[in-house]
Design a protein around this ligand. Structure first.
Ligand code: GLY
Length: 337
């Protein structure tokens, strides 16, 4: 039994769990059909599967899961384990937080992105009409499990790059030393991801979430790169060529650091470091004028906005960010052009 499964066994025993539901997407179910075999000998386990891909972060899939929980006669003592990437953690967390007004759950993240971000901090949700995380709750998992980095070896390159976008974000908001290590990275393969990097991101996130669990202000810094990033995701989803979340965040970090340099908040040298790192690993698309306008339109729907301006995370430099920076719409468009 590996460390992760042993820890879960311990936690479930402590809580005297009698009914376990594992939610996974079709890809993870197929790759790891026996991962929970030892555990399910002790805890009666029901496996529920959702189609792979962000499109499953939907009301339809949430309803399917609620119906399956009902059909399996799960009561409020059921324990839900979300086994997968960001989509499964977000959707499964939402289902757990709402089924019978809330049942206990934990996440077992299998992607880099989920390990360092989605599985930590208690946010969950679904998308509505291409608006990301439009409906959701704050609900903390019962406990966090140790990350099993061996999952990364079956992760498609695109997903690893996606997780790396979030990794860069954590380095920018809270760990200049980590940023330097990432700058020295020659290639990105699963073997290059250091367990200490994952731990560092999680500890940056814990610190921030501890101070602002309900995202009232300080936690907004975790949305670095996301104002542009969510808009890019929404645009590409609408165009039928979805982009991975963390890849959109990486592009968002590039545009946001450019924007901050443009308005004199961030030293050009730091903005250039971010731009160099993003360009080294990601394709930076050229947007048409129509796309730029649609991106700005999506940005106006961002949850951080309040007064007709777009609200960004203020980046003053690598490792130096604060939550709130209002920027006029025309400037937001200018840096993409
Ligand atoms: N992923 C951003 C947050 O947890 O606040």
């Amino acid at each position: 039994m590996n460390k992760l499964v042993a820890e879960l066994q311990h936690q479930l025993r402590e809580r005297q769990v009698r009914q376990l539901v594992v939610i996974a997407d079709a890809t993870v179910s197929a790759l790891y059909p026996h991962y929970w075999d030892e555990l399910s000998q002790e805890f009666p386990t029901i496996f529920m599967e959702v189609p792979a891909g962000d499109a499953s972060k939907s009301l339809m899939q949430a309803e399917r899961l609620w119906q399956q929980l009902l059909a399996a006669r799960c009561d409020r003592d059921v324990f839900i384990l979300n086994f997968g990437g960001g989509m499964v953690c977000d959707l499964g967390g939402f289902v757990a937080a709402t089924y019978k007004r809330g049942v206990r759950f934990a996440n077992c993240p299998t992607t880099l992105l989920a390990m360092i971000d989605a599985a930590v901090g208690g946010k969950n949700g679904i998308n509505v009409q291409h608006v990301k995380n439009c409906v959701g709750t704050f609900c903390q998992p019962e406990f966090e499990l140790p990350c099993d980095l061996s999952f990364l070896h079956t992760l498609p390159e695109k997903e690893l790059l996606s997780g790396f976008g979030e990794l860069m974000k954590y380095a920018i908001i809270g760990s200049p030393a980590l940023f330097c290590e990432l700058e020295a990275l020659e290639r990105l393969t699963p073997g290059h991801i250091q367990p200490e990097w994952v731990d560092e991101c999680i500890s940056v996130k814990h610190e921030i979430v501890k101070r602002d669990p309900y995202d009232l202000l300080e936690r907004h810094v975790l949305n670095s790169g996301h104002t542009y990033g969510h808009a890019i995701e929404s645009l590409f989803a609408e165009e039928g060529r979805p982009v991975a979340h963390g890849e959109a965040v990486a592009l968002g970090l590039l545009y946001e650091s450019r924007l901050m340099a443009q308005i004199g908040q961030c030293a050009q040298a730091d903005a250039s470091r971010v731009e160099r790192m993003v360009r080294r690993l990601y394709h930076v698309p050229a947007f048409t004028e129509d796309e730029v306008l649609r991106l700005v339109d999506f940005m106006q729907q961002d949850k951080k906005n309040r007064d007709g301006h777009v609200h960004f995370v203020q980046m003053r430099g690598v490792g130096d960010v604060s939550p709130d920076c209002r920027v006029a719409l025309d400037l937001c468009a200018k840096v993409i052009r």
